[in-house]
Design a protein around this ligand. Structure first.
Ligand SMILES: Cc1cc2nc3c(=O)[nH]c(=O)nc-3n(C[C@H](O)[C@H](O)[C@H](O)COP(=O)(O)OP(=O)(O)OC[C@H]3O[C@@H](n4cnc5c(N)ncnc54)[C@H](O)[C@@H]3O)c2cc1C
Length: 453
């Protein structure tokens, strides 16, 4: 570290689970830090999906260093074995944590650019010795420049969902049909949202945990008096196989396995039809204003009233453009991390814990952590992010031994062939390959095949 950067803080972008855990670990290491959060509260993303219950238990989503900070404040730790909703996670854990950190967490502070002071990405001269300069836009419109010795980008991927188009771009007509398309699991407890989907036909595009949740919620709606006639068309890019519904009872996170089983029950119960091998190319309105999905192979599906696109997320790298990042060309994840999480290679959904070494870039002292570190890979778990930031804080404090140590064992999904975990980008077009034997074919209506890797 140079003389010019020694006294500067570490800037953390985002006050979500990973960003606040980073702050807690930096605090634990007595390192100066500043968290810049675009939203008005901690946990802006989980607050957006406040109605969705996590498949992780409370004890799997509380960071150890954060708990160490919270414990002496009279914080009441939620029941370790129960499952929070996104709203619980934000209000019962993330907000109290941010409150303890005080004015070192600034809300309404959106980062719009990060660079080396006086050095654009081309300039080599004395580059590592220059402090980072962070461009911030405040909610009141004021602009600010903040200087930092290191940057931990924990800004997530929630605000950049993938579109419906199979090529990764918007389908023809997708933007024009925006009034009928949602990119998140609807909150059917909200009367206005409930009315939007009750008794309607809805296409759900995607094959990860969010798609499972949406299928299960719409089936629940169909089973109620006000939801009679609610029906889902489930659009999958690949075929249905033993891994389509996740690991079921073989999943080491039982609630995650149960999501797939609930989706399967929705299909088996006749509340949803699956359309397989369908790559969305265009979305048209018919004469009645309903939406018709058209596949790349020319197939036209029966009209639906609504479309829910749950095809995964992608990182917003625009504000990091002046930095020298080493990112994998497929996943947009750090180069050393990508092979560990690539769903093309890791069909068991098993992800190895990793830290500072795998997360470093050609640009020294910059880290992408949390959900954003996975780029487009679907398997991120909060506890992975906590381990990442523990290792990075140790490295920044000069404790290389702790930075290199692995202090985490991750649960396996029980999925063999097809990552089948989160909001799937469906990169694993064929369901065989990877670290397990090829999966058995699953017939809709037959019991789920389970079994670990
Ligand atoms: C529906 C859903 C369910 C999930 N369930 C689980 C689960 O059960 N178990 C599990 O382990 N994981 C789960 N995850 C995955 C993951 O743990 C969460 O997505 C988690 O919120 C990721 O934390 P994060 O801190 O990396 O990102 P986020 O929570 O997205 O936080 C990023 C923060 O950065 C802020 N931000 C963004 N851009 C900027 C900017 N330019 N400047 C300043 N601030 C910015 C955002 O406002 C946000 O507050 C789930 C994810 C989703 C979407």
């Amino acid at each position: 570290m140079s003389q010019t950067t020694t006294n500067l803080p570490v800037v953390v972008i985002g006050a979500g689970p990973a960003g606040l855990a980073a702050a807690a670990h930096l605090e634990d290491r007595s390192l100066d830090f500043l968290v810049l959060e675009a939203g008005p509260h901690a946990g802006a993303a989980p607050r957006d999906w406040a109605h969705v219950r996590l498949f992780s238990r409370w004890d799997e989503v509380v960071d150890p260093a954060a708990e160490k900070l919270l414990a002496p404040t009279g914080w009441v730790k939620p029941d370790a074995a129960s499952y929070p909703t996104g709203g619980d996670w934000a209000e019962l854990y993330l907000q109290p944590l941010a409150d303890i950190l005080g004015d070192r967490v600034r809300f309404g502070a959106r980062v719009t650019g990060v660079s080396r002071t006086g050095r654009d990405r081309i300039v080599d001269a004395d580059r590592d010795a220059q402090p980072f300069v962070i461009h911030v836009e405040h909610a009141d419109g004021l602009e600010e420049r903040v200087f930092a010795r290191a940057v931990i980008d924990a800004s997530g991927t929630w605000s950049t969902p993938s579109p419906a188009g199979a090529g990764g771009l918007h389908a023809l007509g997708e933007k024009a049909a925006a009034d009928r398309i949602a990119y998140r699991v609807p909150d059917l407890k909200d009367p206005a949202v409930r009315a939007r989907y009750a008794g309607k036909r809805t296409a759900i595009i995607g094959s990860g945990a969010s798609a499972f949740t949406a299928l299960a919620h719409l089936a629940d709606l169909a089973r109620t008096d006000d939801g009679t006639g609610t029906h889902a068309t489930w659009i999958l890019r690949r075929g249905i196989s033993g891994s389509t519904f996740g690991g079921g009872e073989a999943d080491q996170l039982p609630a995650r396995g149960a999501l797939g089983l609930a989706a399967k029950a929705a299909v088996d119960g006749g509340y949803a039809d699956a359309v397989t091998g369908f790559r969305t190319d265009a979305i048209e309105r018919d004469a009645d204003g309903r939406l018709v999905l058209i596949g790349e192979d020319g197939r036209r599906l029966d009209p639906v009233d609504e479309v829910i696109v749950l095809t995964g997320f992608r990182p917003d790298l625009s504000f990091l453009d002046e930095l020298r990042l080493g990112l994998d060309e497929r996943l947009q994840a750090p180069l050393a991390l990508a092979p560990l999480i690539d769903p093309n290679q890791h069909s068991c959904g098993t992800v190895y814990p990793h830290g500072q070494a795998e997360l470093s870039h050609p640009e020294k002292d910059v880290y992408l952590v949390g959900m954003k570190s996975y780029g487009r890979a679907p398997t991120f778990l909060a506890m992975t992010g906590y381990e990442q930031v523990r290792s990075i804080a140790a490295h920044l404090a000069g404790d290389q031994e702790a930075a290199e140590r692995v202090e985490l064992t991750l649960p396996e999904t029980g999925v063999c062939g097809g990552a089948g975990l989160f909001d799937q980008p469906e990169t694993t077009e064929q369901s065989g390959g990877g670290c397990c034997a090829a999966p058995a074919t699953l017939t809709i209506g037959a019991p789920a095949t389970s079994g670990g890797c």
